[in-house]
Design a protein around this ligand. Structure first.
Ligand code: NAD
Length: 285
């Protein structure tokens, strides 16, 4: 058996076309969704993510700007910047690019962002809303994974979903989204004993660890849907996921590649979240 590919790249392209139409409609009503990204310092990976976000906003006709701050900025100055953005009615979405320099308390900054503008969905209020199934902002990568599963009409309710990785930004929220949709969830992590025993039970397997080819064909149940979130750089500079794609694809029914899988979906959902935030704040449909 060779699995059907879930191309996040193709799905993201289609979603962005729909979002561009939506932005056009909003503009006719005099509203332009606007995302502000705050970038502290010059981390090359962060610079590249931020450029990708600006480009994607421009492609869909949304407004965006980047506030670039020196890495020596004090925590108080950053607090003031976020505070100003919270009060600015023209800004619908605020994203503070992580990681922040060591002298700044990351959680303190996240906690300060207005939950209605928290398009990353990291604010504890939005996490609480996710857990209690209330309307809020859900973080982009987990939501992108759900859209990938839905794009192939993969059944979730009643299925065994195993998530490997339990971070606040990917593992935990995607496990919660799967639970909210009626899956029976198992969340594995670094201390899980006998990882294979768990992953082999998975109808849906989501892997978000950051270890190249941690998941081999032996870990996977015949016919499973496998989503690979991992981004790992090999010595030759190429990018690979957490799943041994070549072998696992012979056993799974669906599989997402790296690159071209979850990555392109994350930015697209950020745009979608900004549009959702804009509509709620402006009270438009
Ligand atoms: P993280 O380092 O915060 O968390 C990693 C998780 O993996 C932890 O819960 C840890 O307990 C678990 N883990 C570590 N080793 C393990 C092992 N041997 N067996 C089982 N579990 C193990 O990472 P993160 O921020 O959640 O990101 C995970 C991966 O996903 C990284 O490669 C990251 O680059 C990637 N990522 C991709 C996107 C995207 O848009 N494609 C977005 C976010 C993260």
């Amino acid at each position: 058996m060779s699995a059907e590919l879930i191309s996040g790249k193709d799905l993201a392209t289609n979603i962005k076309k729909d979002l561009a139409v939506e932005v056009e409609e909003l503009k006719k009503q005099g509203v332009t969704p606007h995302l502000t990204v705050v970038l502290v310092g010059h981390d090359p990976a962060s610079e590249s993510y931020v450029k990708g976000k600006e480009k994607a906003c421009a492609e869909t006709g949304m407004g965006s700007n980047v506030i670039r701050l020196d890495e020596t900025i004090s925590e108080d100055e950053l607090i003031q910047t976020v505070d100003k953005l919270n009060k600015d009615d023209a800004v619908h979405g605020i994203l503070v690019q992580l990681p922040l320099p060591d002298h700044i308390d990351e959680q303190k900054i996240i906690d300060l962002i207005d939950p209605e503008k928290d398009v990353d969905g990291f604010h504890p209020v939005n996490i609480g809303r996710l857990v209690t199934e209330q309307e809020g902002m859900v973080s982009c990568t987990p939501l992108g994974i759900m859209e990938m599963l839905d794009s192939k009409n993969i059944e979730i309710q009643g299925k065994n979903a195993v998530v490997v990785g339990a971070s606040n930004i990917v593992g935990k929220p995607v496990a919660q989204l799967l639970l909210n949709r009626g899956a029976t969830i198992t969340n594995c992590h670094i201390y899980t004993e006998d990882l294979k025993a768990h992953t082999k039970m998975a109808d849906i397997l989501v892997v978000a660890v950051g270890k190249a080819h941690l998941i081999t064909a032996d870990h996977v149940k015949e016919g499973a849907a496998v989503i690979d979130v991992g981004i790992n750089r090999l010595e030759d500079g190429s990018m690979t996921g957490d799943v041994d794609f070549e072998n696992v694809k012979e056993k799974a029914s669906y599989i997402s590649p790296v690159p071209g899988g979850v990555g392109p979906m994350t930015i697209t959902i950020l745009l979608k979240n900004t549009i959702i935030a804009c509509k709620r704040q402006e009270n438009v449909e």
